[in-house]
Design a binder for this molecule. Sequence first.
Ligand SMILES: Nc1ncnc2c1ncn2[C@@H]1O[C@H](COP(=O)(O)OP(=O)(O)OP(=O)(O)O)[C@@H](O)[C@H]1O
Ligand SMILES: [Mg+2]
Length: 576
Amino acid sequence: MDIGTTNSAVSLAYLCPGNRPQGKMVAHWPGQAHWNGAAKVPTVVLYRKGRAKAYGMEAEREIEEQEKNVAYWLKLHLHPGSMVKLSNAEAFEIPPLPVGVTIERVYADTMRYLMDNTQHFFEMTTPGGAEIWARLRDTIVIVLATPNGWDIREQAVLAKAAVKASLVTEENAGQLLQFVTESEASVHYALANQTGDWLRNNVVFGIIDCGGSTVDTTIYRCVSTNPLSLKEACPSECVQAGGIFVNRHVRKLLEKKLQGSSFSNPEILGAMTSAFETDVKPMFDGTMEEYSLRFGSLRDNDSTVGIYKGRITLTDEELRPVFDLVTNQIIASCFTPLIKQRTKYVILVGGFAESPYVRSVLYKELDKHNIEIITVGDYAKKAAGEGAIIGHIKQFVVARAAKATFGGCVRERYDEKLHLDRSQAVKRYPDGQQRVDDAFHLWIKKGTVLQGTFGHKLSYHLAWDATTTSRKELASKLTTVEIEVFAWEGDDAPIWCKDEQGGALKGMRLICTLSANLSALARGLQIKNGPQGTKFYRVDYNVSVYFGGTQLRAKLQWKEKGSLCESMVKVMPYIS
Ligand SMILES: Nc1ncnc2c1ncn2[C@@H]1O[C@H](COP(=O)(O)OP(=O)(O)OP(=O)(O)O)[C@@H](O)[C@H]1O
Ligand SMILES: [Mg+2]
């Protein structure tokens, strides 16, 4: 499932013995012409009195008439602050949701709608489809495609919505609900649909997905072609510079142009922006002198603002800067890594990449650096949806690059060289060691290329004074420990996670808390000798963190009578 800012799409694969697994796009959505290959459906929900009333194309028609009741551009509500900063975008106004409707609700309603139509499509196109669906419904794996810039906070919202929409249950979500980045999904799609022999060992290529709100760039190195195996060469980029920003700027341009005239009202501006979206945006290539937008009737005339018979004229001089605002941001985001990694080829996907102007600008820029564009046919499709299925079937990306520096907030042994500024906060522990809280313990540095599911083992221990604490008391103290996991976007890792008041340091983002139940460790308690004849209890344990794909998993390990024991650690995403 690819729930895009403007369009959504679903691809499905029915895996049955004896058949070659194959993805199929859901190509029939209510209110859209049958069987025209329309694999995309607008991501729009119309609400009435807090209840979803219409979806897709049917809901989209209502945006101009009753904007307040329509939920659209949902994704903007979830984009993390770190992404906005990256794009240097001016404060961008997010269309509010209808009163009384939460973002989780809209996502849940959208998912239910997509799933219902997927079921309908499957039953119509598969012999015995209804029976098969009913039999396998509770085993369906759902893969959601999300932007490169999202992490587990955003995924957690989608996971909750998926449970609400009955796509999965709380119990089986861990197994049946999976995530893939849109870029990774697109690469699967592109490679399955491209022709030519450009893909050889050690070739570095990029994929740029120009969507409605984000443009995602990922760079891969081909490790082997048969079987196909790819490595992410560096952390992926994600910038909020998709196609909707052009519309937003055009609307502003029209607002300014029509100020003071009788055409300056939100409804007419809305109609003009829609006309721009359907008639002018797809053909603007920067070669014509003017473009005309049809928005009204033959009686609409005002020569002072260039309106004649229900049409308003916009010149190339007016439109070009509007497109350039966005293309400049795309170039600023993707070119540095493309050049640094000596990329040879670039694959363009996403609706906004179909714009002839965007294409020509990117083509010119890429050509300067001898980077060739590989064209993938069949643009009517949504690459991420179909790619997610292909990727799920083939699983050929073997390594991914860490998007940020990750680490835990820990109590560390006092080191004068590092911790002098907090020497007053140092405490001495029963084992005689001095320690200080809130230090940042680096686990994975940004840009590290992680192989498959990369495990990181962290050794921790707890100690108590054995003269003042009984073994029995200790058992009751060994309950749950929590480790807060932080992400740091900067380059050099800082010493601290939190400031002296306990607030997260600027630039530190709490992403989740690992929570482990230590009660089983009570059996392994050992008495050790401390300084000056003191005795203390000590337990040692490891927390292993797995950064696999786009999900984070963790488990707890400890030794008991020489053998290794394990239990799961709960990962609780932080939702602000
Ligand atoms: N032929 C075209 N010419 C110009 N722009 C186009 C064309 N087709 C689609 N677009 C633009 O592409 C955008 C939608 O692309 P796409 O469907 O890939 O985005 P999305 O998946 O909804 O968004 P995102 O991936 O950012 O969540 C819209 O802004 C639309 O105006
Ligand atoms: Mg998209």
